[in-house]
Design a protein around this ligand. Structure first.
Ligand code: GAR
Length: 192
């Protein structure tokens, strides 16, 4: 089977990225990670890229806090196209993508978010779930649109909130579910 070319974008430690790369290495995901991009120079996701020998790049984001500068976003499109990326996978990428990326990869950008969307979009959603007294939390994989965690939902996984949970313990449990769900959903794109 022809391998699906992935571009993985992240700003943090990269545990979802690692899970995807491990699934590929184990022959469980017919994909090829062609480029890993981070807007954070010291992000763990770039160390993981080097460990798995995946081409990687630090992309200085420019002067905005929540999005890329337009010329930087155009450079991102160029890099992903040059690497022949077919599916853009956001794995803890903490900036909102705008028109250059959305127009270049229509319905070809997906994100994983640590809540049962549409509940608790934005940052630290596990904390929001805990504070709201939810009994069931979870994670969602969705298409990326111009909003914040607002695109069409592809799949979700429930995770129980347990008595005595702290934000950290709940996030850790949600991340276990994320690391199973994301490779499974990417595999569906490989079959399509
Ligand atoms: C993940 O929990 C992901 O769902 C979240 O960031 C974490 C990244 O962890 N993403 C968002 O909150 C996006 N709104 P990782 O770097 O270990 O994969």
């Amino acid at each position: 089977m022809k391998k699906l070319g992935l571009g993985i974008l992240g700003s943090g430690k990269g545990s979802n990225c690692r899970a995807i790369l491990e699934h590929i290495s184990a022959g469980k995901l017919p994909a090829e990670a062609r480029l890993i991009v981070s807007d954070v120079f010291e992000a763990g996701i770039l160390d993981i890229a080097r460990e798995f020998r995946v081409p990687n790049v630090y992309l200085p984001p420019g002067k905005f806090r929540t999005r890329l500068e337009p010329n930087v976003e155009m450079e991102l499109v160029r890099l992903l196209r040059e690497a022949e990326v077919e599916l853009v996978v956001l794995a803890g990428f903490m900036r909102v993508l705008k028109e250059p990326m959305l127009a270049a990869f229509p319905r070809r950008i997906i994100n994983i978010h640590p809540s049962l969307l549409p509940k608790f979009p934005g940052v630290e959603s596990w904390k929001q779930a805990l504070e709201a007294g939810e009994k069931i939390a979870g994670c969602s994989v969705h298409y990326v649109d111009a909003g914040i965690d607002s695109g069409e939902i592809i799949a979700q996984r429930n995770v129980p909130v347990l008595p005595g949970d702290t934000p950290e313990s709940l996030h850790a449990r949600i991340q276990i579910a994320e690391r199973a769900l994301y490779p499974e959903i990417i595999a569906q794109f490989c079959e399509a």
